[in-house]
Design a protein around this ligand. Structure first.
Ligand SMILES: *Cc1c(COP(=O)(O)O)cnc(C)c1O
Length: 384
């Protein structure tokens, strides 16, 4: 039997056929008159989804490259920063900041929980020389969402402290108001919510952050955001633009704009909600104890069943690529994403394959219970 493949991982994510076809067009030159309007439209589209008037720079790298650029363009070795670390990606902020010689004050958050804003306020008061606060909006490894809105309102009161958000999995899935929430630097990546293949990182930069950029002494060459800004004002990038991906980006943004901002967020929220309810119906638990993310749902493996075996069975027997747990959560959880070209039937496929997988692995289950729950939720939604 053929095994049709379904991609329900938190990156890379499914890409719509319109976007794939647009990227199959002949390659054009990145400094040519053909390409400049393409980049102009992409930059405006990014400002739309970011809900910002700030520059949103386009880098040819994965999301982590955008994280690196957020560290080495705004800080100097020895400067003190806070990193909120609630999972694998929080840990990545710590490692990048330390690699560039920053003095990291870590606020550990138990995996699966969301940040308690008071702990950040305490640290900010204790250390008047904090130059930046780093966090994830959605911590993809645990499925928890952090309240970056409230955190932004707090940090905004500190004139010399930048607020830096890794929204690589959260953007598009969550309504994030970059300007209203006073986010100075926000990173996202093409292969999560944007419905694109991997290869692009996007970084927004506020005026407060540009002022800091003037003083930052960390060495940089490839990720030089000031140069990217100068180039972007002429609808160019500093080095060769990832022309095909940027053409695809425009196509993907066009689809998102047609759907409308509110509806885009509502879709992700609904898919995540239906997944959580279906999973509970089957008798499993959602892993996050804090606010659950709309980008990815982390689910606890039931007692006596290895989460990695669930993940492998889903993929090998049913063609459904979800994700396992990382690091200390390996074997304990598995994850379904609601990112990219995803709609209600991606949830149905995922839950259906999960029910069959659990039955295969000896878990006591009435087939169709979770799927029925998701269908019930979707059938009440007439416009999705
Ligand atoms: C995927 C992801 C990253 C890493 O992105 P790469 O594109 O693999 O470099 C960083 N942070 C979060 C929250 C992510 O979900």
């Amino acid at each position: 039997m053929i095994l049709k493949k379904y991609l329900l991982a938190p990156g890379p994510t499914p890409v719509p056929p319109e976007v794939l076809l647009s990227m199959a067009m002949p390659v054009i030159h990145h400094r040519s008159a053909d390409f400049l309007p393409v980049l102009d439209s992409a930059k405006k589209g990014l400002q739309w989804i970011y809900q910002t008037k700030n520059d949103v720079l386009i880098l040819c790298s994965t999301g982590t490259g955008g994280m690196v650029a957020s560290v080495n363009n705004f800080f100097s070795p020895g400067q003190k920063v806070i990193v909120i670390n609630g999972g694998k990606f929080g840990e990545r902020w710590v490692k990048i900041a330390q690699a560039y010689g920053l003095n990291v004050i870590e606020i550990p958050v138990e995996w699966g929980y969301s940040i308690d804003i008071n702990t950040v306020e305490e640290e900010l008061k204790k250390h008047p020389d904090i130059k930046g606060v780093f966090i994830q909006a959605s911590e993809t490894s645990t499925g928890a969402y952090h309240d970056i809105k409230t955190l932004g309102q707090l940090i905004k009161n500190y004139d010399d402290t930048l607020f830096i958000v890794d929204a690589i999995s959260a953007l598009v899935a969550h309504d994030i108001k970059t300007d209203d929430w006073a986010i100075d630097v926000m990173v996202s990546g093409s292969q999560k919510g944007f419905m694109l293949p991997p290869g692009l990182a996007f970084v927004s930069v506020s005026e407060k952050a540009w002022k800091r950029n003037e003083k930052s002494k960390t060495p940089r060459f490839y990720f030089n955001l000031k140069k990217e800004r100068e180039n972007l004002s002429k609808n160019q990038t500093n080095f060769t633009s990832a022309v095909s991906l940027i053409i695809g980006l425009n196509e993907a943004l066009k689809l998102l704009q047609k759907e409308g901002l509110d509806q885009v967020f509502r879709r992700h929220s609904l898919l995540a909600h239906a997944t959580r309810e279906a999973v509970k119906e089957i008798g499993l638990k959602i892993f996050p104890k804090g606010t659950p993310s709309n980008a990815v749902t982390a689910i606890e493996a039931p007692q006596g069943i290895d989460g990695q075996v669930i993940y492998k069975t889903l993929r090998e027997k049913y063609g459904v690529t979800a994700a396992g747990g990382q690091d200390k959560l390996k074997g304990k959880i598995f994850r379904f994403a609601h990112l990219g070209y995803a709609d209600k039937f991606d949830v149905i496929v995922g839950i259906s394959a999960l029910e069959m997988t659990l039955k295969d692995l000896g878990y006591s289950i009435v087939l169709g219970k979770g799927v029925g729950k998701a269908e019930e939720i979707f059938s009440k939604e007439d416009t999705l």
